[in-house]
Design a binder for this molecule. Sequence first.
Ligand code: FES
Length: 79
Amino acid sequence: MTRLVELDETGPRRLDPEDIDDEKGDVAVCQCGLSDSFPFCDGSHRRTHDEDDGTTYVYEDGERRAVERVVTSDEERDD
Ligand code: FES
């Protein structure tokens, strides 16, 4: 499974004591790229649990779709 994620931040986010979850006592950093609270995990990773190995997904407007390949602007399309 692969996921295409668009991020627009250009620098790091420094964590501070307020970032610690009061109930769990830890900080959960998002690694799936889908969190609305990025860089923190908000549970959105649950949407990825049924992704298939070898498939690339795009998550857009609350929907998920599988894509065959990604065409970049400097690459010519086949269709
Ligand atoms: S790891 Fe991305 S939302 Fe939890």
